[in-house]
Ligand binder design. Structure first.
Ligand code: PCA
Length: 333
């Protein structure tokens, strides 16, 4: 008679598991070190989600490109190998120029402007990601991008021929325009590339300069404040849709909290890391007018090139951004 009873027991167990104990586990690959402020924010986000869902949704953060490399994370989320992930949007500009909106030099150089640019970009970005079976949960800007260099630089001519680390199509394009030699290296491999002399210069934030101990290899940081690229946390649409509405709401609420917290921390860290780099012996320099003029010229070329590639969607973003600038200026008066 045992054989007749067993199935009932199995059904009872699975019913039980299906209600009170159902836990969904998600993996969240990320590309930056666990101590980076984006990663710390992700960990707080995961904690918030777990608390808000009473343990129903558990997100494990895999920092430092330990699960997928920076450039593989987006595809992993799209294909469902990871349910959720953090990507550097500008890394995907070759796929669609819209991803590169926040990598155009001197289009948005402050946190306030970057936030407005994000607001302008968001509807297009959401549509683009939706078409790829994904959903944007939140995005946070990196601190502004400056130039790390081995030697003193007074104009872009001083960068000619040097080995230049690129992390995105746009940072590779800058190298091309200034006559440097681009080598694409993601943050997880940057320390090694610096230590072995594979690269002599690059543009990034003080945050990455600090994370990678750039001060051990390069002496200068030119604070050009050229742009603020964003990390975005994206989720696979099917994985999201499989959650019950309460869990979905808890996830999006925690995401919007993480976004607000992230932008605030980023701005604080922008100041903190420049000081920290100086304390580690780096020269944190205000660029010469000539260097700024040269870099802005590069930015101008890149903006018009981007506008050509980005078409009507790009136009809509630039128009919305300009419109919000007028509104912001008016509000100040
Ligand atoms: N750090 C990342 C991207 C932008 C930034 O500030 C990096 O250098 O890879």
């Amino acid at each position: 008679m045992q054989r007749r009873h067993l199935p009932f027991a199995a059904i009872a167990l699975s019913l039980c598991a299906g209600t009170a104990f159902a836990q969904t586990k998600w993996d969240l690959p990320a590309a930056y070190p666990a101590t980076n402020f984006h990663s710390e924010n992700l960990i707080q986000f995961a904690k918030d989600v777990e608390a808000a869902t009473a343990g129903k949704l558990k997100i494990s953060v895999h920092a430092n490109a330990s699960l997928f490399k920076a450039n593989e994370i987006k595809r992993a989320v799209q294909g469902g190998q990871a349910q959720i992930g953090e990507v550097l949007l500008v890394n995907f500009e070759n796929e669609n120029p819209i991803f590169g909106t926040d990598g155009i030099p001197f289009l948005a150089t402050s946190y306030a402007d970057s936030k407005r640019l994000y607001d302008a970009q968001k509807p297009v970005l959401e549509k683009l990601l939706a078409g790829q079976g994904m959903k944007l949960l939140y995005a946070v800007a990196w601190p502004s991008q400056g130039i790390f260099a081995k030697k003193e630089i007074n104009s872009v001519a001083d960068l000619r021929g040097i080995k230049w680390r690129a992390y995105s199509p746009a940072t590779g394009k800058i190298a091309e325009l200034i006559g440097a030699q681009p080598v694409t290296i993601q943050a997880a491999e940057l320390s090694q590339a610096l230590a072995t002399g594979v690269i002599e210069s690059y543009m990034s934030s003080g945050s990455t300069g600090y994370d990678t101990k750039t001060y051990e290899s390069l002496k200068y940081f030119y604070d050009t404040q050229a742009w603020l690229p964003k990390n975005a946390v994206i989720v696979n649409k099917k994985a999201f849709d499989a959650l019950d509405p309460t869990t979905q709401a808890a996830l999006t609420k925690s995401a919007s909290d993480a976004e607000a917290r992230g932008w605030k921390v980023s701005a604080e860290k922008d100041v903190y890391y420049k000081k920290a780099l100086a304390e580690k012996g780096m020269k944190v320099v205000t660029p010469s007018p000539k260097l700024m003029q040269d870099m802005k010229q590069v930015g101008g070329i890149m903006l018009s090139d981007w506008q050509k590639r980005a078409g009507p969607d790009g136009e809509a973003i630039i128009a919305a951004y300009a419109q919000s600038d007028k509104a912001a200026t008016k509000a100040k008066k």
